[in-house]
Every structure is written in C-alpha cells, then in structure tokens.
Design a binder for this molecule. Sequence first.
Ligand SMILES: [Zn+2]
Length: 66
Amino acid sequence: MEMINEIEPIPIHADRVSCKSKGACMDRYGERVGLGAPNTYYQLNSTTKDAPVKCKYCGLRFYGVH
Ligand SMILES: [Zn+2]
C-alpha cells in the first residue's frame, strides 16, 4: 500500500471512474489492484490534479481531464 500512495494521480478522460474503468487502476496495475472491489463509480466533475478523488479500495487517485 505504501508504494501505491506514491503513484501520481491518474488523469481520466471521462466524467467518472471506477476500478474497472478502462485506463483506471485495474487496467494499469493489474487484476489484483481492483480485486474484490465492487464496480463503484467516483464522480470526477470537480476534481483536479491537486484535488483528486481517491479510490477507497485500492488507494489510487484520479482526476478528470476534459
Ligand atoms: Zn481502485
């Protein structure tokens, strides 16, 4: 988990993201990251690189890019 905290917030070209989204944690870091995580979506509307949303299952952070 310590290593994952050092990963930069991930830019997502969409309004929302989940572990199972294309380009999100499960895609980039393998099945183990999102394993056991329900398909929960996080809204990215008001997120920025400095204020990303954090996946509560794997700890990775995401922000919306438009
Ligand atoms: Zn996740």
